[in-house]
Design a protein around this ligand. Structure first.
Ligand code: GBH
Length: 444
């Protein structure tokens, strides 16, 4: 019997857990970055987040009510290895151990991500992702996590969106660790993250486990047919859709000359071998497509951003274009053919302002329309022959949205910031019904 299509939701440790000082967790880059004045909108603190560390059983109940057969969450590296390298914190692993058991008892497949941006601070203080050692530390942490949970969890995601962590965290400085490096040094960070993925994949596979890498993808069009806009779109595509994908599928970096990089710094003999063929599946995080324009003068980037014409936007200002998800899947298939492993949509979702009605009901028709459109794209792509094996909504509960603090609400479940009360939105019932219908027809 082939395994069933995964219908799930996704979350990440730092965005929901809180309890930053409990049971031996060490500090992460986000703990300190979020305290920098101006780093997080209105100075919102991640200290409590959704208090999931204490309310996880209630959140698993919500998953049960939702009827999903998979849950993507992340392990906090600083809980498992508080100083990044060396001693493993058993109490940190206990938390995920209980979570996994509780999910399995309800027929929900746990899909853990090992790194969703919360690097142990001690590693950052030793140079972070600029240091090759960080990749080795990650592989050791992956091994420790797999040794504890691998008897019950067979599918693992190594990194979440290494591109966002690389660029937002090390080039733009708007995410932790808040560094602003020159382009070649940014590429060194990228390489060490890819190497980390490759080394961790080796550890996981040697234990008989399946390895996924999750990237954010965005299909891009030039604003006009001009040569300059076309070159800009090409550069954006290389960065977003190839930098963290081509080496994993083909063992080679794409041409980075648009970024003034002839050779990626830090690449040693054997590195690309460790990375080539290192994914049994690719995770796609898709939110919106991009329109590229020639860069503004002195921008330092080989592209600028245009408007996605005619599309409504979410509260975050992101255009809503479901077809972009189908386009993304087709782009990867067209580009990589037989080298493309099975695909999983590991994140898809949108933020909207609350509309709490007097009875306490939360109507979010825009979210339902967004998800409906994107699910239809996944199903149409499968009919065209794409091997897509899962779809995960970002996210279960409204949570700490990085530099936006609690301003962007992506949840199927509303969280009252003052009381932590969870209230399922209309989209929760809509998704529950969809999952029930799809899983029933799969059983038939
Ligand atoms: C993901 O990142 C993260 O994995 C997750 O932690 C986060 O909470 C979630 O998405 C929601 O943000 O400028 O209009 O072209 C998302 C990565 C990068 C997707 C920026 C949208 C640009 C929108 N995002 N991107 S736009």
């Amino acid at each position: 019997m082939s395994s069933p299509f995964l219908w799930g939701v996704a979350s990440s440790a730092f965005q929901i857990e809180g309890a930053l000082d409990e049971d031996g967790r060490g500090p992460s880059v986000w703990d300190v970055f979020s305290e920098r004045p101006g780093a997080v909108r209105d100075g919102h603190s991640p200290a409590l987040a959704c208090d999931h560390y204490h309310r996880w059983a209630e959140d698993v109940e919500l998953l049960d009510r939702l009827g999903v057969n998979a849950y993507r969450f992340s392990l906090a590296w600083p809980r498992v290895v508080p100083t990044g390298r060396g001693a493993v914190n058993g109490a940190g692993l206990d938390f995920y151990d209980h979570l996994v058991d509780s999910l399995l008892a309800r027929g929900i497949a746990p899909v853990p991500t090992l790194f969703h941006w919360d690097l142990p601070l001690a590693l950052e203080e030793a140079g972070g992702w600029s240091e090759r050692d960080t990749a080795h530390a990650f592989a050791e942490y992956a091994a420790a996590a797999a040794d504890r949970l691998g008897d019950r969890v067979d599918r693992w995601i190594t990194l979440n969106e290494p591109l966002v962590h690389t660029t937002y965290g090390h080039a733009l400085g708007v995410h932790a660790p808040g560094r602003i490096l020159e382009v070649p040094e940014v590429m060194r960070v990228a390489h060490h993250m890819l190497l980390a993925h490759g080394l961790a994949a080796g550890e996981l596979r040697s234990r008989g486990l399946e390895v996924l890498l999750t990237n954010n993808y965005s299909p891009v069009s030039p604003a006009t047919g001009s040569e300059a806009d076309t070159a800009a779109a090409h550069a954006y595509d290389t960065l977003h859709n190839r930098l963290f994908t081509d080496p994993v599928l083909t063992g080679a970096y794409p041409d980075l000359s648009a970024f003034g990089v002839a050779e990626v710094p830090g690449v040693r003999e054997g590195d690309l071998k460790a990375v080539a063929g290192s994914a049994d599946g690719l995770g796609i995080n898709y939110y919106n497509p991009t329109v590229a324009t020639a860069p503004d003068e002195g921008s330092g980037l080989p592209f600028g951003f245009g408007e996605v014409a005619g599309a409504p936007v979410t509260a975050f200002g992101w255009p809503v274009v479901p077809e972009g998800l189908g386009r993304t899947i087709d782009l990867l298939r067209g580009r990589h053919g037989d080298a493309l492993p099975p695909l999983y949509v590991t994140e898809n979702g949108c933020s909207y302002e609350d509309r709490v009605s007097p009875g306490g009901r939360i109507a979010d028709p825009e979210r339902i329309a967004y998800l409906e459109g994107h699910v239809a794209e996944v199903e149409a792509a499968r009919e065209r022959g794409a091997d897509v094996r899962g779809y995960f909504v970002w996210t279960l509960t409204d949570n700490f949205e990085w530099a936006e603090g609690y301003h962007q609400r992506f949840g199927l479940v509303h969280v009252d910031r003052a009381t932590q009360a969870r209230t399922p939105k209309d989209s929760f019932s809509w998704y529950r019904d969809l999952v029930a219908a799809r899983t029933a027809s799969a059983d038939a």
